[in-house]
Design a protein around this ligand. Structure first.
Ligand code: PEP
Length: 250
């Protein structure tokens, strides 16, 4: 049985006072059976971890370097995230692929680094609008999945997030049929590579303009095990409502 996961990505938002949202969220989700994760900017990981200590809310990073330490000015390693209290890290978000030229191979190396450090990795895949319009969605996510998920990953700690680039931060979402098509395809593709049991153990998150008003219908889609949420994760009330919708989904 896959445990559902609601993951929030704060992106480059949040100052020290924002940690109060985590405290508020913790108060809202104390009875939930789903995993709840907030990935604040690196500057807040330690502070957020302290605030979330002893609550169901876990804290994660938004990216990590492939190396454990060294001459990489401005970067943060997976080991450093663990040291600061993180349990997960997002790798291969489309904003990092676009802004930092991250390739599938780099994303796979980051997922490896996360596993080595004991962090769960949320590996993101998803097509652009032009790729969807060209009918290439499944081919694109298949390639990203094949090349961004390393060999020998642990089923329990590796999570795949399907995030259509055109749905991120736009208020637009795919139809439920389109989400189902991609998630079913991801599950089948993982099964072909890692075997049925491993594939059935991996969580598949949907990401892209999830909000309290559309969460329940998205969580009812087959092979959707939770969500990766950007904008709506910044406020405890919104994210708490999304967690609640996930908790109530079958
Ligand atoms: C994201 O950045 O991963 C995301 C899904 O953003 P939003 O929910 O704001 O579309």
């Amino acid at each position: 049985m896959r445990r559902k996961l609601a993951a929030g990505n704060w992106k480059m938002n949040g100052l020290a006072a924002s940690v109060d949202e985590i405290t508020a969220l913790a108060g809202m989700v104390s009875d939930t059976t789903v995993e709840v994760l907030i990935c604040p900017p690196a500057t807040l990981v330690h502070r957020a971890s302290s605030a979330a200590d002893g609550t169901p809310v876990m804290i994660g990073g938004q990216d990590c370097h492939i190396a454990e330490s060294g001459a990489h000015t401005g970067d943060v390693s997976a080991e450093m995230l663990v040291d600061a209290g993180a349990a997960y890290v997002i790798v291969g978000h489309s904003e990092r692929r676009a802004d930092h030229g991250e390739t599938d191979a780099m994303v796979a190396a980051k997922a490896d680094a996360a596993e080595r450090a004991g962090l769960g990795a949320i590996i993101c895949v998803g097509e652009t609008e032009a790729q969807r319009d060209a009918g290439d969605t499944l081919a694109i996510v298949e390639t990203q999945l094949s090349n961004s998920v390393p060999e020998g990953v642990s089923v329990e700690t590796t999570v795949i997030a399907y995030e259509p680039v055109w749905a991120i931060g736009t208020g637009r979402t795919p139809t439920l049929e389109q989400i189902a098509e991609v998630h079913d395809f991801l599950r089948a593709t993982l099964a072909a590579r890692f075997g049925e049991d491993a594939a059935n153990g991996m969580r598949l998150l949907y990401g892209g303009s999830v909000k309290p008003s559309n969460a329940a219908e998205i969580f009812a889609v087959s092979n959707v095990d939770g969500a990766l949420v950007g904008g709506a994760s910044l406020k405890a009330a919104d994210f708490g409502a999304i967690v609640e919708a996930l908790n109530e989904a079958d």
